[in-house]
Design a protein around this ligand. Structure first.
Ligand code: HEC
Length: 271
């Protein structure tokens, strides 16, 4: 089995600028202070590291490095410079890992609660995304879903997300063994937020569609799209706001050995 550590070393050098930009776009709340954005950007890096570690065979060397920003063995090792508690990083106790923030382990709704919240919302989410007219947006919920419950994705705005793949992309379910997905593959990641009071609201839809060879060879010919909860298309590779959406491929390129796919943390995978 291929392991994450085989990833090109360029991934380790992935530009922080790109990640920060992504975090700013995803922060999306116009009122968010620059400090909050900083917090999110730091947790983005931790999540990428966590996502890789979660799928690595190298689990002995990093026994618990799998669960993201708040894992003391993960990106937020308190001994690491980045995790100085006084810094505006993901480990700032007032930041993303604050037990009061409702987005860390303590106080996180159970898998059951998250599934229930999502089930109550998903039909209206698809109806709304569908008005964008983007491929897959009006039907992705008929496809296979590959996660067992909504899980928090720091790299997609800290939202709770799900991963679907159309029939052409069925091999996605083999995760790191999937190989290069065929032209016509579409992967859909929808998202939601749950407030401290338990109210669920839809987030954006993230799409990747495998296009014909030559569409964007440097990025595996994937077309990325971001659709807002109201069905407005925010950006599409090679289309509307193509420059704006480039941060998707700038991060996914770190997984170029896996056809630009990261898959989900091991604990949420449907086997
Ligand atoms: C900072 C890194 C980063 C950025 C930016 C990013 N992604 Fe991802 N993406 C990931 C990671 C890590 C995963 C898998 C884990 C997860 O779901 O959090 C993933 C998973 C996905 C998946 C499921 C397919 C897969 O790779 O397993 C889709 C679809 C997706 N992203 C679309 C997008 C789109 C569209 C954008 C831009 C709007 C985007 N992503 C921006 C890191 C990123």
């Amino acid at each position: 089995m291929k392991i994450r550590s085989k990833m090109k070393s360029t991934s380790a050098l992935l530009g922080v600028a790109g990640l920060t930009m992504a975090a700013m776009v995803f922060a999306a709340d116009p009122g968010a202070s620059s400090e909050q954005k900083g917090v999110e950007s730091a947790s983005v890096e931790a999540q990428v590291a966590g996502a890789r570690a979660a799928t690595s065979d190298n689990m002995e060397a990093k026994p618990k490095a799998s669960t993201g920003a708040c894992n003391p063995c993960g990106g937020c090792n308190p001994c690491a410079a980045a995790c100085n508690p006084c810094a505006a990083s993901a480990c700032n106790p007032c930041g993303g890992c604050s037990p009061c923030a409702g987005n860390a382990e303590p106080g996180e709704p159970s898998g059951e609660e998250l599934r229930a919240a999502y089930n109550g919302l998903k039909a209206s989410m698809q109806a709304s995304y569908g008005t964008s007219g983007e491929n897959g947006a009006s039907e992705y919920q008929e496809w296979q879903i590959f996660n067992t419950q909504p899980y928090r994705s720091a790299t997609h705005g800290g939202r709770l997300v799900n991963n679907y793949a159309n029939a052409t992309a069925a091999a996605y379910g083999q995760f790191e063994e999937a190989g290069i997905l065929p032209v016509g593959s579409i992967l859909a990641k929808d998202s939601l937020k749950i407030s401290a009071g338990g109210k669920a609201t839809p987030g954006p839809l993230f799409l990747m569609e495998k296009m014909d060879a030559g569409f964007d060879p440097e990025n595996g010919d994937w077309k990325y799209s971001l659709i807002m909860p109201n069905g407005t298309t925010w950006g599409v590779t090679g289309g509307k706001n193509s420059k704006g959406i480039k941060f998707c491929s700038d991060c996914h390129i770190a997984a170029e050995d896996f056809d630009y796919l990261f898959f989900m943390p091991g604990e949420y995978r449907k086997e």
